[in-house]
Design a protein around this ligand. Structure first.
Ligand code: SF4
Length: 217
């Protein structure tokens, strides 16, 4: 009888049952579980990390979002907050930690340095953004961003998770997900994904080899 039923997502629930029964989609309940229990990795690089630590203090109550469980191992974390200046020396370690995190995993780039090099952009020892090496989901600008700004970024990450679908996310796709190649720290940082470019350059006689030695005559 239509007047005794109500519509919820195109599925009718009898009025008598509406206080006990709710109907939702698998995506919604799955995403709700993940967005409410994101465990960040204990991991900081520079001054921005101090703001991240502040965000974990009681004043900001990060536990409201289920994110207060900072884990000391990448294998139990699903969020990497890159907080601070990313030096070339640190990039191989950051990528290695990222690869050790299980899927589903997310990356939040916190602060001007992690997003694009910040005040050290173009510095000889600093990379111009961590997104050149690992996929970034949320960027939080500022130098440094406040704990409130970080919380805002975390809420944005929750909104992103809300729009994901089990059918489309990469970690449930067929086949193994590929690890990000760990950059090599030589005379400069070498991204193995660009090896074909390096080979071409090395093949030219007027370009020095990768190890800095002069090209063969
Ligand atoms: S963005 Fe500013 S506060 Fe953050 S690590 Fe860089 S210099 Fe420090």
């Amino acid at each position: 009888m239509p007047n005794e039923l109500s519509n919820n997502n195109d599925i009718s629930v009898p009025i008598d049952l509406q206080s006990q029964v709710t109907i939702t989609t698998l995506d919604k309940i799955y995403n709700w579980g993940r967005r409410s229990s994101i465990w960040p990795m204990v991991f900081g690089l520079a001054c921005c990390a101090i703001e991240m630590i502040c965000a974990a203090a009681s004043r900001f109550d990060i536990a409201r979002f289920g994110m207060e469980v900072f884990r000391a191992t990448p294998r139990q974390a699903d969020l990497m907050i890159v907080s601070g200046t990313v030096t070339k020396k640190m990039v191989p370690q950051i990528v290695r930690l990222y690869n050790q995190m299980p899927e589903p995993k997310y990356v939040l780039s916190m602060g001007a340095c992690a997003c694009g090099g910040g005040p050290f952009k173009e510095g000889y020892n600093v990379v111009s953004g961590i997104d050149k090496f690992v996929p970034v989901d949320v960027y939080v600008p500022g130098c440094p961003p406040t704990p409130q700004a970080l919380l805002h970024g975390l809420i944005k990450l929750q909104e992103k998770i809300d729009h994901q679908s089990i059918k489309k996310v990469r970690w449930y796709a067929d086949g193994d997900s590929e690890a990000v190649p760990i950059p090599i720290l030589g005379p400069d940082l070498i991204d193995p994904r660009q090896h074909s470019i390096f080979r071409q350059q090395s093949a030219k006689k007027d370009v020095p080899d990768l190890d800095g030695s002069p090209a063969e005559a």
